[in-house]
Write a protein that binds this ligand. Structure first.
Ligand SMILES: Cc1cc2nc3c(=O)[nH]c(=O)nc-3n(C[C@H](O)[C@H](O)[C@H](O)COP(=O)(O)OP(=O)(O)OC[C@H]3O[C@@H](n4cnc5c(N)ncnc54)[C@H](O)[C@@H]3O)c2cc1C
Ligand code: FES
Length: 260
């Protein structure tokens, strides 16, 4: 749905000190991995993955700038504009899926995890964060019945190291026929490279600067593709050769910048 719908915030849930989930009623049909353009009246419109895809939808927002700070401060009854759902979703198939999430990447993966568990697919999720207090959706994943593995860069909870390092260990231990990943792009590139070496199909959700969300403005261009319509979920084998993957993105003025 390309027209903006005005919705009201039903509630906000604090996930950690810099991340909140904003919930709102919206009957559009979103699939796991799709995103919305969220308009904050008078301020900006920003892309956000759906972290909940039922009628009571949700977006889970990491506070990094003006628009995301405004979403953090949203209260029950506030108005937002929603365009979408947009983009390609995760294909959820096979017998055993490993999900690998870093930071706010868990927001995009959780609806996919719910669908996988609900379909009887064996589901293991690595949830990574810099430190224990920044982990999100651990309880939600446990309550679904998924096998939940946790990594923290500083070792403050469970495995010490990057989510991609723990994912390599989990891949050695178990047998997986699909991997889905969302998080920092360098982390995802490591996961994609390892999966392709092992012959495991891997899907990856990318972020690029977006304006239209519909393939018109070229803001999200990525190696001749548009992340808003050709992604945000890509097959790893389709993007591993693209030189920008894990290295460059475009800023708001269109200039190329190195991915931190
Ligand atoms: C398909 C898609 C799904 C996304 N899903 C989520 C989500 O579920 N939760 C979430 O918190 N964020 C998500 N993002 C990122 C989010 O859109 C940006 O963080 C947001 O636009 C920043 O806006 P701002 O005004 O708060 O910050 P700005 O002041 O505009 O920027 C602050 C920082 O964020 C970076 N930034 C700006 N725009 C983007 C962008 N499009 N992608 C990545 N970094 C950006 C800037 O480079 C800068 O370093 C998603 C992005 C895309 C493309
Ligand atoms: S955001 Fe406009 S082409 Fe992708």
């Amino acid at each position: 749905m390309t027209r903006t719908r005005i919705v009201r915030v039903e509630r906000t849930d604090v996930e950690c000190s810099h991340t909140v989930t904003v919930r709102f009623q919206d009957e559009s049909l979103a699939r796991p991995g799709q995103f919305a353009m969220v308009w904050i009246p008078g301020l900006d419109e920003v892309p956000m993955s759906f972290s909940y895809i039922g009628d009571l939808k949700g977006v889970t927002v990491h506070n990094v700038g003006e628009a995301t700070a405004a979403l953090h401060d949203a209260s029950r009854g506030d108005k937002l504009g929603i365009r979408g759902p947009f983009g390609r979703d995760y294909r959820i198939e096979g017998e055993s899926i490993l999900f690998v999430s870093g930071g706010t990447g868990a927001a995009s993966l959780m609806p996919a995890l719910e669908v996988a568990v609900g379909s009887g697919i064996g589901s293991t999720i690595v949830i990574g964060a810099k430190t224990a207090s920044e982990l999100i959706f651990v309880d939600r994943a446990i309550s679904l019945g998924a096998d939940v593995r946790i990594s923290t860069d500083d070792g403050s909870k469970e495995y010490k190291g990057f989510a991609s390092d723990l994912a390599m260990q989990v891949l050695q231990e178990g047998s997986f026929d699909r991997v889905l990943t969302c998080g920092p792009e360098r982390m995802m590139k490591t996961v994609v490279t390892a999966c392709l070496e092992k012959g495991i199909p891997v899907q990856v959700s990318l972020e690029r600067f977006m304006r239209c969300g519909m393939g018109i403005c070229d803001s999200c261009s990525f190696g001749g593709l548009h992340v808003c319509v050709d992604g945000p979920v890509f097959d790893g084998k389709d993007i591993i050769e693209i030189e920008d993957f894990g290295v460059f993105r475009r800023s708001a003025d269109g200039s190329k910048e190195v991915i931190p």
